[in-house]
Design a protein. Structure first.
Length: 348
């Protein structure tokens, strides 16, 4: 039978070994974590291969510019080098609008809620015109796509010139209220960016002025929210697919006097990843004449490119897929786009 002294000795020894083993486990775990993280830093896990869920994609429809000079390009980026791009990015589906038996009824509902309640005139098989009751304003809508434009005849009724235009924030709020009345303010526009311009009538044209005090109207352009942490660019490069002109009058029929609405939803629940060109490859393709010049700006023959980045392209016409593009921005308001998905995944 052990004595108390022996028991105490063996107990202390066991505790020492237990503490040492615990320390070994803790240090071992720390060493494992640090070593594994270092390994992954130098040998990162390869990303999953692109799913290419939709097979080959249709070519993006960029606007065409005619009679442009043959530009030469020089790359001068603030960072000193082209950006690093991900190996793949999501491509989202955009359900194409379809003609239906209730399309005209739905367009009538939208026109009525926006205040255009007088008659309807068929301009073509798909375009209908609606009028306001007491002012010379018209709404022309495509009953298939849902796109529409608003025009106000300022010659017949110049009263919108009489009011002092609101701030850009107040004008944007008025437009949101206007669109919300017809359920036309989707979430990706609610959370997107806006831009504004102060405009003044000079002769028969509206020109941009630097301050609100000089302006007759405020133009507000709405853009989609970011997708996959990338900005969204439009067909024009600077204008939104949804924009409106706001006067200083507070009555709705004389407040929103012009605008266009081209919105086609993105189905974020239906997507597939596609391989993306490197920025170097995109630059070489663009420099060889591929891509589309969206705005030549005030450039003659030589253009200095200052920014190259990825974005998603939001066309003002229906398109089947919401796809990424490279954007090339240069001096004197030069803008050009190039499809970002590798060329193997376009065409039949």
């Amino acid at each position: 039978m052990r004595t108390l002294t022996e028991t105490a000795f063996y107990s202390r020894t066991a505790i020492k070994y237990a503490v040492a083993f615990l320390i070994f486990l803790v240090l071992g775990r720390v060493v494992w974590i640090v070593g594994f993280n270092a390994f992954r830093y130098f040998f990162p896990k390869p990303p999953p291969p692109p799913t290419v869920s939709f097979g080959k994609l249709p070519e993006l429809l960029f606007p065409s510019q005619e009679n442009l000079p043959k530009f030469s390009y020089t790359l001068e980026l603030p960072e000193g080098e082209l950006p690093t791009t991900p190996p793949s990015l999501p491509v989202f589906t955009m359900p194409l609008p379809r003609s239906s038996l209730v399309a005209l009824d739905e367009t009538r509902r939208v026109a009525t809620r926006l205040g255009f309640t007088v008659g309807e005139e068929s301009i073509s098989q798909s375009i209908y015109r609606f009028r306001r009751k007491d002012v010379p304003a018209t709404l022309e809508a495509n009953i298939i796509t849902g796109a529409f434009s608003i025009n106000y005849n300022l010659i017949n009724d110049p009263t919108p010139f009489s009011g002092h235009p609101p701030t850009a924030e107040a004008a944007a709020a008025a437009i949101r209220s206007f669109l919300s009345s017809a359920d036309l303010l989707p979430e990706d526009f609610t959370n997107g960016q806006i831009s504004s311009q102060f405009l003044k009538l000079e002769g028969a044209a509206l020109v941009t002025v630097p301050s609100l005090s000089e302006a007759n109207f405020v133009r507000v352009d709405f853009f989609r929210q970011e997708y996959n942490e990338l900005p969204v660019v439009t067909r024009s490069g600077t204008s939104g697919n949804v924009w409106f002109l706001v006067s200083g009058l507070t009555t709705r029929e004389r407040q929103i006097i012009a605008g266009e609405y081209h919105y086609f939803p993105v189905d974020i629940g239906s997507s597939g990843t596609y391989p993306i060109k490197t920025a170097q490859t995109a630059w070489e393709e663009f420099n060889s004449g591929q891509g589309a010049i969206i705005s030549p700006g005030n450039n003659k023959e030589r253009v200095i490119i200052r920014r190259v980045y990825l974005s998603y392209y939001d066309n003002s016409e229906p398109q089947e897929f919401f796809q990424p593009v490279f954007v090339f921005e240069g001096d004197n308001d030069f803008v050009a786009y190039l499809s970002a998905v590798t060329s193997d995944y376009y065409g039949e």
